[in-house]
Design a protein around this ligand. Structure first.
Ligand code: COA
Length: 196
């Protein structure tokens, strides 16, 4: 099983322990977590959440199996500079349906990395995992997140009222989806040609 995918000067690699301090620094930031249902996190909370995920991914890869969880670190290929992370998490009882997620570090915003991450997850879900559907969500008002999904072809699927409560404020949840019926074989072929 491959561990890294390159696209221009971006590399997506299955998350390892070596990535944890960069991830913890990012998720400790107020602005990064403004629209997330969690955080900002203390370092120990981030480590407690990610360590079992990373161990499970590492065990699967060692056995040459496809992991159940797909958590990737995004870095600049040449410099190794941390950009962020993205993930595809299986949705229970719906085999082949994955929830997407990504966080880009605030030093890297508005450079196209969020859109690139969404496109990578689309490629990975449909071409590597043979998904039938990917599901996305964001808090209402998270314009950057909404735009990255729409640009990748996701369709809006509705709005759930008062879905998250954070810091005493209610947030609606916006839903998005992309199914194999929405994405043509030509588009998938273009995506496949982008990653090596
Ligand atoms: C949301 C997020 C992923 C966007 O990443 P990014 O790398 O800045 O996105 P891109 O550079 O690909 O921008 C995509 C589009 O969104 C727009 N955009 C990005 N951030 C924006 C913001 N805060 N407000 C309005 N528009 C924004 C960009 O201008 C671009 O628009 P365009 O295509 O019309 O030019 C990033 O801000 C982030 O990680 N935020 C914190 C975590 C988070 O909210 N993750 C999503 C959880 S659902």
């Amino acid at each position: 099983m491959k561990r890294k995918w390159n696209c221009g000067n971006i590399v997506y690699s299955y998350c390892t322990e070596a990535d944890l301090s960069d991830i913890a620094s990012m998720l400790a930031k107020q602005n990064v977590c403004e629209y997330l249902f969690f955080g900002p996190n203390k370092e120990e909370d981030t480590l407690a959440y990610f360590s079992p995920l990373i161990n499970s991914i590492s065990e699967s890869l060692k056995a040459n199996n496809i992991p159940d969880m797909h958590v990737f670190t995004i870095r600049e290929k040449d410099s190794g500079v941390f950009i962020g992370q993205c993930a595809l998490l299986p949705i229970e009882f719906t085999n082949g349906n994955y929830l997407i997620g990504y966080q880009i570090d605030d030093t890297q915003w508005r450079k196209g990395y969020g859109s690139a991450a969404c496109e990578f997850l689309t490629y990975f879900a449909f071409s590597v995992l043979s998904a039938f559907r990917i599901t996305g969500d964001c808090a209402e008002g998270n314009i950057g997140s909404e735009k990255t999904m729409i640009k990748a072809g996701f369709k809006p699927e509705g709005q759930q009222k008062r879905y998250w409560s954070k810091n005493g404020k209610w947030h609606d949840r916006l839903l998005f989806g992309l199914t194999t019926e929405d994405i043509s074989e030509e588009k998938l072929e273009i995506l496949r040609s982008k990653y090596d």
